[in-house]
Design a protein around this ligand. Structure first.
Ligand SMILES: NC(=O)C1=CN([C@@H]2O[C@H](COP(=O)(O)OP(=O)(O)OC[C@H]3O[C@@H](n4cnc5c(N)ncnc54)[C@H](OP(=O)(O)O)[C@@H]3O)[C@@H](O)[C@H]2O)C=CC1
Ligand SMILES: N[C@@H](CC=O)C(=O)O
Length: 323
C-alpha cells in the first residue's frame, strides 16, 4: 500500500470537492489502486487546518505556518493546488518549495504554469517527482494526458480545441436568443465561468490551456508562446447545420503560436456537437489519423476529479517533470 499524505492549498469550489472526494473514496481507492490518499492539511490565504478525515469548519482554522514547515511536519507526498489563477508569484514559489521537499505537485491552477514552466520541470526532474496538470487543461477531460503521454510516437501535427466551457455555453445561449450578460451570469451560477469572466470571453483562458497542451505535446516553452485571440462578441449569422465555437489551435509547423478564433463548426463534428460547457480537443496525427477527446465534466467537481486522477497517477507511475 502506498501512503499518500496530501497538503491541499486552496479551499474554494475545486479544493472543497477534492477534499470531499478523498474523504468519501479513500477506502475504495485503497482496495482498487493500492494507494492510501489522505488529506492531512488544508491551507487558505491566511489560515490552515490539520485534517483527519473531514475538513473542520473554518472557525477552527489557525494562522498559516511557513509552507516548508507544514510540508516537513506532515511528510506530504503530494502538494495539491486549487488556488486562483490570478498571476500571483506565490503559487509558483509554493510548487517549487513542495518539489524541493520531495512532494509531487498536482494542480488545477494555471497561471503559475505559464510563468514557471521550465523551472517547475527542472525542479521536478531534479527531485524525481511529477507535476501533473490535468485539472488546468480542461477539468475532467483528459486532453492533457493524451498530449503528455498517450499520443507519444503519433507525431501530432496540430491540435484544435474548445477548451473553455463558459465560451461554448455562452455561444449557445446567444444563438438561442439570450443576452450576453444573462448567459454569463448563468455560467457563473453553475460554477463554470470565473468571477471575472474576461478571460473566458476574450479567449485568454482557452489560449492558456492550449499553451499548456503545446508544452506537454511538443515541449514548447509555454512562457514564450504568442497568442492571437478573437473575443466573443454579440450574436452572428451562422450557416445552417453549424454552431459558433471558440476554437484554440496550434500547429507543430508554426512553433510558439496559439490562435483562438470564434468560428462556425459543423453540428456533426466533434466541436460543433458539444453540449453545454463540454470541451473537446482534436489532435491531427498524420498517418495515424485524427484523435478526439471530448466530454468530461467542466465544473469544480470535474476539476477535482482530474486532480484525483493526477494524484493517483503521480503516486503510482514512475515519471518525473511535467511530461
Ligand atoms: N471552477 C472550475 O470549474 C475550474 C477551476 N479551475 C482552476 O482551479 C483553481 C481553483 O478554483 P476555485 O476552486 O474556483 O477557487 P478560487 O480560484 O476562487 O480559489 C479560492 C481559494 O484559494 C485560496 N487562496 C487564494 N490565494 C491563496 C494563497 N496564496 N495561498 C493559499 N490559498 C490561497 C482561498 O483562500 P481563502 O479561503 O482563505 O480565501 C480560497 O480557499 C483556479 O485556479 C481555477 O482557474 C480549473 C478547472 C475548472
Ligand atoms: N472558466 C473556465 C473554468 C475552467 O478552467 C471554463 O469556463 O472552462
Amino acid at each position: 500500500m502506498i501512503d499518500v499524505p496530501i497538503v491541499l492549498t486552496g479551499f474554494g469550489p475545486v479544493g472543497r470537492e477534492y477534499a470531499e472526494l478523498v474523504a468519501a473514496h479513500r477506502a475504495q481507492w485503497r482496495d482498487q489502486h493500492g494507494v492510501d490518499l489522505r488529506v492531512v492539511a488544508v491551507r487558505g490565504r491566511s489560515t490552515q487546518v490539520a485534517v483527519d478525515g473531514v475538513v473542520p469548519p473554518r472557525e477552527q482554522w489557525e494562522p498559516v505556518e511557513p509552507l516548508a514547515e507544514l510540508l516537513a511536519r506532515t511528510g506530504a507526498r503530494v502538494f495539491a493546488q486549487a488556488v486562483p489563477s490570478d498571476g500571483s508569484d506565490q503559487s509558483g514559489q509554493d510548487a517549487l518549495q513542495a518539489l524541493g521537499q520531495g512532494a509531487h505537485v498536482v494542480t488545477a491552477t494555471k497561471s503559475h504554469l505559464l510563468t514557471h514552466w521550465s523551472r517547475l520541470d527542472e525542479a521536478a526532474r531534479r527531485a524525481g517527482r511529477s507535476v501533473r496538470i490535468s485539472g488546468a487543461t480542461g477539468a475532467a477531460m483528459p486532453a492533457g494526458d493524451l498530449a503528455r503521454s498517450v499520443l507519444r510516437g503519433f507525431d501530432v501535427e496540430a491540435a484544435h480545441g474548445c477548451l473553455n466551457g463558459t465560451a461554448t455555453f455562452v455561444l449557445d445561449q446567444l444563438a438561442a436568443g439570450h443576452p450576453l450578460d444573462a448567459a454569463v451570469a448563468e455560467a457563473q451560477r453553475r460554477g463554470i465561468a470565473e468571477a471575472d469572466p474576461t478571460a473566458d470571453l476574450s479567449g485568454a483562458d482557452a489560449a492558456t490551456k492550449m499553451r499548456l497542451i503545446t508544452g506537454l505535446l511538443w515541449g514548447w516553452d509555454v512562457t514564450a508562446v504568442r497568442v492571437e485571440a478573437e473575443p466573443i462578441g454579440g450574436p452572428r449569422e451562422v450557416e445552417p447545420g453549424h454552431r459558433l465555437r471558440q476554437v484554440a489551435a496550434a500547429r507543430r509547423d508554426e512553433p510558439g503560436l496559439v490562435r483562438v478564433t470564434v468560428r462556425a463548426e459543423p453540428l456533426g463534428g466533434p466541436l460543433g456537437a458539444l453540449v453545454g460547457p463540454e470541451k473537446a480537443v482534436r489532435y491531427d496525427c498524420g498517418d495515424a489519423g485524427s484523435v478526439t477527446v471530448s466530454g468530461g465534466r467542466s465544473s469544480p467537481r470535474g476539476a477535482a476529479r482530474a486532480m484525483i486522477k493526477d494524484t493517483i497517477g503521480a503516486a503510482l507511475e514512475a515519471t518525473a517533470g511535467l511530461r
